[in-house]
Design a protein around this ligand. Structure first.
Ligand SMILES: Cc1cc2nc3c(=O)[nH]c(=O)nc-3n(C[C@H](O)[C@H](O)[C@H](O)COP(=O)(O)O)c2cc1C
Length: 354
């Protein structure tokens, strides 16, 4: 059975226009990535995980994650932490910043996060996990979603026992990445668990893990009963993967198209992070965009070595002169930066108050 990926669906009262969700990825899901994801057909985009402790302490860099632009909606902002009260306050802040959905991270396997009792460790502490979801769902009117792994250890089925309890506590949707925390990103996502979870709960389930092609997306949707598929690594430096999954269009952009998307991505990221942070942050994206046989390897290596992002743009335009016109077209379609909800416009009680 073919599932129509262009069919809209709902997370409570939020309409999601397609069945494709762009994954939250730390160090990747900047605003430029999310806006690009929307342009290429993602029905829902998500911020990277934001520390509730960082929000509580009004950490400047953490607050920077709450920059939302008009063309990102519907947007989920993901928070992580282990204290229900602090998570509830963080949820209020992200909704005030413009999030349509508050996503809670019960999946991060990284030690820096799990040692604080947050992320995937909460799968081993269902009482606390439910208390967090309950506190967040009570604090905000926006729907609350939870993203989780299958459990901590290989073979764990913890997600199946905790999932229905999280729904009872107030989760309006569950995203399952059916690998264990121990697995990190090795092995395969076992979507037979996604099917079992979808059978157990009466909220939409989003399937995350190894969705890299239209065929895979169709199979996972058809065999699991999930409402949507989430795409992560396949979309890194490759927004064309999203339209390929959605519409079956071959994901083989011309060099001009690749250079143009990368140039727009660079400029937007510099605007968001500033030149100093952006120039380091962007290096991995150069490899992702220019690899896949799109540009010769020495060219990619040369670009990564360049000092400033302006040098990179100049080099890209020299290698693919036709990109200039495409960049102009893309930039003309982007909304005015003045339309962004900036922190300055948030009520002082939200981010500056005690
Ligand atoms: C670099 C990277 C960063 C990630 N950061 C987050 C995160 O902040 N929050 C989260 O819930 N999942 C995070 N994930 C997991 C992804 O959202 C997704 O569940 C996982 O990559 C499996 O999907 P994929 O096979 O499509 O990549 C991250 C994954 C990667 C590769």
């Amino acid at each position: 059975m073919q599932v129509d990926l262009r069919q809209s669906w709902w997370i409570r009262d939020v309409e999601i226009p397609t069945r494709l969700v762009l994954a939250p990825m730390a160090g990747v899901s900047v605003q430029a990535f999310r806006r690009q994801g929307r342009r290429y057909g993602a029905g829902l985009v998500c911020s990277e995980m934001v520390s509730c402790a960082g929000l509580e302490h009004r950490n400047e860099r953490t607050l920077g994650y709450l920059r939302v632009s008009r063309d990102e909606h519907p947007l989920a902002i993901q928070i992580f932490g282990s204290e229900p009260g602090v998570m509830a306050e963080a949820a209020r802040m992200v909704v005030a910043a413009g999030a349509d959905i508050v996503d809670i991270n019960f999946g991060c396997p990284v030690r820096k996060v799990t040692k604080t009792g947050a992320g995937a460790t909460l799968l081993d502490d269902p009482e606390r996990a439910c208390a967090i979801v309950d506190a967040v769902a009570t604090a905000v009117d926006a729907p609350v979603s939870v993203k989780m792994r299958r459990g901590l250890e290989d073979g764990s089925r913890a997600c199946l026992s905790i999932g229905p309890r999280l729904v009872d506590a107030g989760a309006a949707t569950l995203t399952l990445h059916p690998r264990s925390a121990r697995q990190m990103y090795t092995g395969h996502a076992d979507h037979s668990l996604t099917a079992e979870l979808a059978e157990l709960v009466d909220v939409p389930v989003i399937a995350s893990g190894d969705i890299t092609s239209r065929a895979r997306a169709q199979t996972v949707l058809a065999t699991t009963g999930a409402a949507a598929v989430m795409v992560g690594r396949a979309a890194q430096g490759n927004p064309w993967a999203l339209s390929e999954i959605l519409d079956g269009e071959a994901a083989d952009p011309s060099r001009e198209e690749v250079a143009a998307e990368l140039i727009v991505f660079i400029r937007e990221t510099v605007r968001e992070l500033g030149e100093r942070r952006a120039s380091g942050f962007l290096k991995k994206f150069y490899g992702w965009y220019l690899g896949r046989g799109r540009f010769p390897r020495p060219f990619k290596q040369e670009v990564v070595q360049l000092e400033s992002t302006e040098d990179v743009v100049t080099r890209l335009l020299a290698a693919a002169p036709g990109a200039a016109e495409l960049v102009e077209q893309l930039e003309a379609e982007l909304p005015d930066p003045a339309d962004e909800i900036l922190l300055d416009s948030m009520p002082i009680s939200i981010y500056g108050g005690g």
